[in-house]
Structure formats: C-alpha cells, structure tokens
Design a protein around this ligand. Structure first.
Ligand SMILES: Cc1ncc(COP(=O)(O)O)c(C=O)c1O
Length: 439
C-alpha cells in the first residue's frame, strides 16, 4: 500500500523532461515565416518550393492507378530498408549524368535527402563534434547538425563557391587545436542559399585539402541537374569516390511531395546507413519509390528536367533584371547559373531581419540571412544578407516583389539617413547599374 503521508515527487513540466539534445531544435526563421508569406497578396520570395506546374499530371495519374491495379500487392507492402532494387539501379543512371560511376549496392534510398543528412549526422557526430559547412549554409542541414549537438564551423564562400584558402586556414587552425572535423558539408553546385557554384578548378583543391586533413566530404546535390547553361559540373563524388558521401534527391527534378532521395556512400558507411535508416523508418515508402521508378522508366525525364531548367532560367532572368532596375546602390547580389536562389547583401547599416516585418507589410517576403548561419555569431554574420528565391512565383510576380522590396529598402535607408548610422556613407536611392557580387 502506498503511504498516503509520503510527499509525492514534484512533477516537472513536460518540456523540462526533454533530452538535452532538443535544446538545439528550434523552428527555423524560414518556417516561422511560411504562415504570413503564404497569404496570396504577399509575393513570397522566401520559400524554396519547386514549381511543379510543368509536370504531366494526367499521365502520372493514369500510371499511378495502373501501379496499384497491377503491382498493388508489392507497392503497398513493406520493402527493403535500403530501398527498392530497381530504383537504386535507375538512380545510378541519374548520377551518371554528373559523371558518377556507382553500383546500385552502394545506394541507400531515403525519405528525401533531408533524411540522408540526418542519418549521416547521426552516424558521425557526437555532441560537441565539429562539422565544417559553407557560410551561409542550407537551413535543413544546420537543423540536423543542431539536433545532434554538433558544432558548426563556417567556411566563407565567394562568387566561385567555397574558398579553398579559407578552408585550408580553418583546417590548419583546427588541427593546431587538436580538432579533426567529422566532415565538410557542402552544396557545391547551385548553392542554397548563396546561388553560387564551386568553380571546376577548385573542386580538386577542396577534395585534396579534405584528404590531407583526414576529413570526409558530404556532398549535397539536389540542384546539380538544374543548370541554366550547357556547362555540366563534375560531382565531387565523381572525382574522389572513396572520401565523399553523395546525397541526391528527386525533389527538385521530379516531385518533392514523394519524398524520395538517396545517399551514395563507401561500403563501410553504407552498411551503417542502412541500419540507421531501418531504425528510423523500417523502409522508405515502397509506393513512392515505385512511382519514381515508373516515371524514370516511362518518361523522357531528362527532357522534363530541360523544361524545368528553361522555366527557372526565365524566372532567374526576371529577378536579376528587376534587382538591377529597382534596388538602390550599395546592394550586391549573386548571379546563379542554376538552382533556385539569389543571395543579396544590403547596404551597410540595414538589418535584413529587422526589416522583414515591414517588407511583409508591403506584401513581399524573403528569408533573412541570419537563419543560414549556426551558432552565436549568426546574428552578426547574416545581418545584412537575405535570400531571394525565384523558383515559385511567375516572372511578373517576381518583378513586382522586387519592386516592393526596393520600396521598403529605400524607406529603411531614409530612416537611417535621418537618424544617422556611423557605418553608412552616401547610399543612392532608386535604380542603379547592377554590380552583382557576393560576400
Ligand atoms: C541543399 C538542400 N539539401 C537538401 C534539401 C532537402 O531536400 P529533400 O526534399 O530531398 O529532402 C534541400 C531542400 O530544399 C536543399 O536545398
């Protein structure tokens, strides 16, 4: 019988019972913005949703019905933790377009490449381990690193992508402190959020540095096939198969809602990845994998990607044109050759995050730069920066969105001029000759 006189232990609030690893789990600024930015009157240049309008939905509907009618017993059943073999085979053909020679046995299908990122971090990172990442970096990756309490050390980018000189000095500094980073996380081609691409001549340099310092490379490449020129950049994995884990995705080249991505990893890592994947989801959804597989087998998928590229290029052009026409001097921005994003640096003294509510009131939304950096220095690193995405709105809406943004920015500069800012010198209002650049 319990003693009724014994005091019961104080029950902590549910939120006080969370594991300490949840401390790093906070809603990204971008997610917090989605609710307001998705109102129809707001031109959202904030999110990175692929535009699916060009997909042949009628044909796909027939094929999906056929898949259930003919192969329903398989499609609706559990499958292998590593993924459906026929799809893994097809994935090797997709990767071959970027010069990767791989065996289907080394491919692990995941629930989007986001899951692959989570699994790789889970496999390699203890709390406090160091991960190198471009500064700025993909928000979802920063979320995974935070969830496993890894410490992110940013390496700066320029117009040619990750800077090998900065990578070398960072690696040397860490080595002096006895720190070997667990891996370098990089989006070399059509970077999210910076919109830049690692120059071809830098690719072997980055790989050589990582080898020399014993650092694994995690190459995240969801945009590699979405270039606006004929240039096809060699995947890092194609240049150094033994030291690169490659992450791929059908989200941007087919359908993000199916959540089918993959990891290609050296055999020893692959086996652990499969075990980790199994404990997370038992297996990736068989049905979705078979939809992708049928699509690849029955469609001119490269032709479809070509039409996506043309659509995104038209939108990129509209954005660059509008930026050049409307933004005041003192702004700098990148010139993406593929992918979804332009990275904008504002004149000195302007705080992109503080300006955001005023932009939303003026019915335009963007993703402020601080969210793309990890750690305490994020507030200062991204303060003057923001990401503009051109993937989803029409060219007309993009132009209108940039015009609204310029209006908000000019008002902001007026306030700064009136009340003064020690760091600012004569910023001219209104249109300017573009001086695209990056930081
Ligand atoms: C650089 C990068 N990596 C990974 C992902 C996640 O993609 P998926 O839909 O395959 O999970 C995204 C999505 O925006 C991304 O931009």
């Amino acid at each position: 019988m319990p003693d009724p006189d014994l005091p019961l232990p104080r029950v902590p609030a549910l939120t006080d019972r969370f594991a300490s690893r949840t401390e790093g789990m906070t809603a990204s600024e971008i997610r917090a913005l989605f609710a307001v930015a998705s109102r129809p009157e707001v031109v959202s240049l904030a999110g990175g949703m692929p535009n699916l309008a060009a997909l042949p939905l009628d044909t796909l509907a027939t094929e999906v019905a056929e898949l259930i009618a003919k192969d329903g017993q398989v499609a609706l059943q559990y499958g292998s933790a590593q993924g459906v073999p026929v799809l893994r085979e097809q994935i090797t053909e997709v990767m071959a377009v970027e010069g990767i020679r791989a065996h289907a046995d080394d491919v692990v299908v995941t629930v989007g490449s986001q899951m692959a990122l989570d699994l790789v971090t889970r496999l390699f990172c203890n709390p406090g381990d160091v991960v190198l990442a471009e500064g700025p970096s993909y928000v979802g990756a920063l979320g995974s690193f935070a969830a496993y309490q890894a410490e992110v050390v940013h390496v700066p980018l320029d117009d040619d992508g990750l800077r090998p000189d900065a990578l070398e000095s960072t690696l040397a500094r860490l080595a002096r402190d006895g720190v070997v980073p667990k891996f370098l996380y990089t989006v070399p081609t059509f970077h999210n959020p910076a919109g830049v691409t690692l120059a071809v001549h830098r690719r072997p340099q980055v790989l050589e540095l990582c080898r020399r310092y014993g650092v694994l490379v995690v190459e995240d490449n969801p945009y590699g096939l979405l270039g606006f020129t004929e240039e096809q950049y060699p995947a890092l994995r194609s240049l150094d198969p033994d030291n690169v884990i490659y992450l791929g995705s059908f989200s941007k080249t087919f359908a993000s809602g199916l959540r089918v991505g993959w990891a290609l990893a050296p055999a020893a890592v692959r086996d652990k990845l499969v075990l980790a994947a199994e404990s997370a989801t038992l297996c990736p959804p068989t049905f979705n994998q078979l939809v992708v597989s049928r699509y690849l087998a029955g469609h001119d998928w490269l032709g479809q990607i070509k039409s996506f590229r043309e659509m995104y290029r038209e939108r990129r052009d509209a954005m660059l044109q509008a930026l050049g026409t409307h933004l005041p001097s003192g702004c700098r921005w990148t010139h993406p050759e593929g992918g979804f994003f332009v990275w904008l640096t504002l004149p000195e003294g302007v705080d992109a995050k503080a300006m955001l509510p005023r932009a939303v009131r003026a019915q335009v939304a963007y993703a402020s730069g601080t969210g793309f950096y990890a750690g305490p220095s994020s507030a200062s690193l991204g303060a003057r920066q923001l990401r503009l995405s051109f993937c989803y709105p029409t060219p007309e809406r993009i132009t209108e969105g940039v015009r609204r943004l310029a209006g908000v920015l000019n008002a902001e500069l007026d306030v700064l001029d009136t009340f003064g800012s020690p760091s600012r010198t004569n910023v001219r209002r209104g249109p300017q000759t573009p001086t695209p650049d990056t930081t």
